[in-house]
Write a protein that binds this ligand. Structure first.
Ligand code: SAH
Ligand code: F3S
Length: 459
């Protein structure tokens, strides 16, 4: 014990830690992440908080005595998946009653007590603003009641926490938490709380540290990332400041909101060579009446003009989007407006969803979920077929062109090939030649599918 504390203390002091867990309390923790990149980033934050408090992260479930599921609530099937996973984990808990099971993130915040009723063997239910309390909650776990940490805190930005990231070439950096937009279909404002931005100075320092650690690309994250503001600094200024960091090859961001696409953002994209020319600009619907019911705060016309302006300022722009079909009251004519707008804009790719009613949202209170499930399915199938055709056509036009690709890793299907992304975030596969992970290489495209470009490195 004596020896242990002598060797441990200086390490903790050096890292500026306050409350190391005693060896008896130290846990082996496995985090399983569901949902969007914001959750991936939050899991890194949770790992930071837990290791600072003397716990250890493990990369295999079998080695863990604590399992934390970091969950998503955006659509019903995201929650169903986690409920099924919890049932599986409960089998293990029956054999090993000491196993601690925690549900963290958006679904924890959404369901709260209901989650404990559905899965009484869950020990912790911790929402997105409660991660700081994870070490305390782990110590407080009893055999009886689940620990509930579901208070939203509009001041919590975890600015002082150093996330633990996997090594790699791309780092995700949360620049903003929460959302103030209140789209009627969306649960995010209810489970992630009010919008708050991190200080610009701190973010630039974070990016400098990431570059020192070997990351080549940083992706700035926020629910409406381009509504970022820190006193007088807006999102365009943040982009400029980050893109000036020495040694940073690329900066991207996701997801911007069309209503916040200011000239300052567009200027930074057009003028900074390392700000990537890729915009994921959720449309949701091509019908102004549906957009009004969704409370998206823009019309189809305004979105069209914005795309025209973006394409004029940034000719190589790669444009992707999110679409919801079958929202409350969506008529065939309204659906066709979405279909036609997708055909007209010709996105490079799209995430497409059937509307999923979420308890607690404004749409759930105000409108019946009245498009029949088979009809939602038909509409989804139609736009997926359209988008697959457009993606394949656009990608085919890249054949013969050369793109700079950041090498990310070995292709899953072929150990002689690498995969990486173009500036526009298109997955590219090519023989390794003399390149290594982290290099920027020029790849000439020989063939393409709707999802992948295939080529050779050219010198
Ligand atoms: N903040 C992001 C959206 C986050 S959710 C943005 O506005 O860019 C990601 C996507 O999930 C949304 O863009 C929307 O297309 C989809 N989505 C959100 N709520 C949904 C629901 N209730 N049903 C179906 N899809 C939904
Ligand atoms: Fe959701 Fe709309 Fe915000 S989609 S995350 S409420 S911008």
């Amino acid at each position: 014990m004596e020896k242990n504390s002598i060797t441990r203390l200086p390490i903790y002091q050096k890292a500026g830690l306050k409350r190391p867990a005693s060896p008896a309390q130290a846990r082996q923790i496995y985090i399983e992440t569901y949902g969007c990149q914001m959750n991936v980033s939050d899991s890194e934050l949770m790992a930071g908080i837990l290791t600072q408090n003397g716990h250890q992260m493990v990369s295999h479930l079998d080695d863990a005595d604590v399992v934390l599921l970091n969950t998503c609530a955006i659509r019903e099937n995201a929650e169903t998946k986690v409920l099924n996973r919890l049932k599986q984990l409960n089998h293990r808990k029956r054999r090993e009653p000491e196993l601690i099971i925690g549900v963290c993130g958006c679904m924890a915040q959404h369901l709260r007590n209901q989650l404990v009723e559905a899965a009484p063997y869950v020990d912790l239910v911790m929402g997105p603003d409660a991660y700081r309390n994870l070490p305390m909650a782990l110590n407080a776990v009893t055999n009886r009641d689940a620990f509930l940490g579901v208070r939203l805190d509009k001041n919590e930005d975890y600015a002082d926490i150093a996330p633990i990231r996997k090594e790699g070439i791309r780092a995700w950096l949360t620049i903003q938490r929460g959302c103030d937009k209140m789209c009627t279909f969306c649960i995010v404002p209810f489970v992630r709380g009010r919008e708050r931005s991190l200080p610009l100075k701190l973010l630039v320092e974070d990016v400098e540290k990431l570059v020192d650690q070997g990351f080549k690309e940083v992706v700035l994250l926020g629910q409406t990332v381009n509504s970022y503001h820190d006193d007088d600094y807006d999102f365009g200024e943040l982009l400029y400041a980050v893109s000036d960091v020495n040694g940073l090859e690329r900066v991207r961001f996701t997801s911007p909101h069309p209503a916040d696409a200011t000239d300052s953002m567009i200027d930074a994209m057009a003028n900074s060579p390392n700000v990537c020319n890729h915009l994921h600009l959720p449309l949701q619907s091509g019908s102004t009446s549906v957009l009004e019911r969704m409370r998206r705060t823009y019309t189809a016309e305004a979105y069209r003009s914005l795309v025209a302006k973006l394409r004029e300022r940034i000719p190589e722009l790669v444009l992707t989007t999110d679409i919801i079909v079958g929202f409350c009251g969506e008529t065939e004519a309204e659906f066709m407006q979405t279909y036609e707008m997708m055909a007209e804009i010709r996105y490079d790719s799209a995430f497409m969803f059937k509307y999923s009613e979420r308890e607690g949202t404004l749409a759930h209170k105000a409108f019946p979920d009245d498009v029949p499930e088979p009809e939602k399915g038909r509409r989804l199938t139609e736009i997926i077929a359209l988008q697959e055709r457009i993606s394949a056509e656009i990608n085919t036009t890249t054949v013969g062109q050369t793109f700079t690709v950041l090498v990310e890793g070995e292709s899953r299907r072929d150990a002689n090939r690498y995969h990486g992304k173009t500036d526009g975030f298109k997955t590219t596969v090519f023989p390794k030649a003399d390149s290594t992970v982290g290099d920027m290489v020029d790849v000439c495209i020989a063939s393409a599918t709707a999802h992948t470009l295939i080529g050779q490195i050219v010198s």
